[in-house]
Each structure stands twice: as structure tokens, then as C-alpha cells.
Design a protein. Sequence first.
Length: 333
Amino acid sequence: MPTIRTLLGGLIFTLFLPHAAEAHEKWFIDPATRGEVPDLFRSLTFQTWTAIGATALLFAACVVADRAIRRLRITRRFAGRIRSLYPWAPTILGVAAGIGIGWFALDRAVLAPNILAPDTLAGTVFVALECAAAILLILGFFSRLAAGLLLVMFAVGFAWYPFRDAIEQIHFLGIAIFIFAWGRGRLSLGSVFSRLVASAPSHIRPAAALALRVTLGLGLIILALGKVLRPDLHLNLLEAFPWNPLSVVHQVLPTLTPDWYLFGITLVEALLGLLVLLGRLLRPLAALLVGLFIIGATFLPLTDLLGHLPYIGAAAALAILGRTGEKEYAEVR
């Protein structure tokens, strides 16, 4: 059993580790393969309450820091300078999401590597629509149609797949709403054929940016809950890939066990999701998420990076917009 000092040190240290790359264990580990559930995830002890309390204090500190930072004059100046990047937010998001779902479609997967389309005519048509959405998003042509296809795929997922698999793709709901409202931004064919492509009213863009933030935050929280429900999947993932973030942690905290490591990153993932959901420290945390996903991909096969591209695109868009961008009517075409 680790000491309180080791536990708190491990919890803080995991904030700076690429644990986000292991957010989707089912991409690499068969969910049917069940392992032993650690005692940490069965009952609460003094040590676990201490970790939860430390996370709550960290959340409160982030909220206070967010309020203090917003009052700084330099923050307002920075927001003004970054306003010129607003039109690139939907570009990054659209291209990243398009490449991601296009790669999934090559394996007959729908929105995620572990969700396969049925081997039927309907499944084939569904994959074809996914390919069409991917191409339209990458090219930036008829982006509102592509957003509609994403909404259809997200909705149909609840009819074809288990609820947990379907709800884990909630970030695509926010991506679809955002692209529908903002278009695909710069470097899009839609801007060339603007007379043929109707743009959405600019007054709905703040609400769409809000939807993107809320769904990304909820997605992170859902992934954290998944670790609570099936911690054995993540532990099996650590065993399947010996070169993992835990092996890096052991260079600093050799006494940290896999169970406590998993408990720590579960708390951190829930913390990040809640802060993003509420829009606290949004720009720095969104930028942090981009870095975590990219660096974390070095621990797993290429599928991990490609699978997380929609997450990376959403986080990058929020890093550019922040909460300020949600309230401004920037023209993106």
C-alpha cells in the first residue's frame, strides 16, 4: 500500500503524463476478456478518499485560478490577438474528424475502431455514407451535409450497438453541431462555391461552440467512468503494451502500483472532463489535451493516434476559441 505522500505525488504527476492515449482500451483489448477487479474500485478507504479529496481541492484551485486569470489585462489582450485564428478552428476540427472517420471506414468501423458495421447491405451503405462524410469534411464541401451524416451515424449507433459503445461517441454530436453552424472554415471548397452552399446563421455559432465544449467534457467523463466500471481492461492494456506511461512513472515513483496508477488517471481524466465541461481554464486545458493525445500515441499503435484525431481536432478548436470565442460572431468563411 503506497504512502499518502506517494499517492499524492503520483496523482499530481499523472497530470503531465500522456495517459489520454489509453482512454479507449476496447480498441486494443477484447471486452469479453475479463480480469480481476482491483479492491480500489470495489470499496473506498482512507487512501482513496485522500486521492478524491486532493482531486476536489485541485478542481477548486482551477476554478479560482480561472476567475483570477480572466481579470488580468494580459488575458484580454491575448484573446484579442488570437481572434484572427477563429476561422481556422473549424478547419482543424473538420480535417481531423474527416481523416479519423475515413480511416475507420476502411475497416468497416463506425466512428470508432472498435465499433464495426454489420456485415449486411445496410452496414455497407452506412460505411459508404461515412466515407462520403469524411471526404466532404476534408475538402470542406457541403459541410452541413457532412455534419448531418455525422448526426445520423451517432443516432443510429444507439440502435445497432450497446449503449455504452454508442454514448462514448458523444463528442461527434458536438462536432456535427459545430461544423453545421461554423462550416469547415478556411481552405475549403465551400468558400470557392459559396453561392451554391448556404451558410448557417452566425448567431447560432456561440451555441455550437458551447455544444462542442460540453460534449468533449462529457466524453472525457464517460471514459473515466468506463475505467471505474471495467478497470480490468486498462490493466490488461498495460500488460499487453509494456512500454506505457506507467513505465515512465516508475522512473520517478517506483512504488506506485498499477492499481493506484489507474485510480489516479481515472480521477485526473474526470477532473479534466469536468473542467472542460464547465469551461474553466479552457484554452490551456484544451491545449494540454492536444499534447497528451499526440504524445500518448507513441505508446500504442497508429490506430490510437488516428482514432483520437476527432478528439484532437475538438480540443484544438476549443484551444483557439476558448470561452471568448463562444460569445463572438466571427465570420469563418
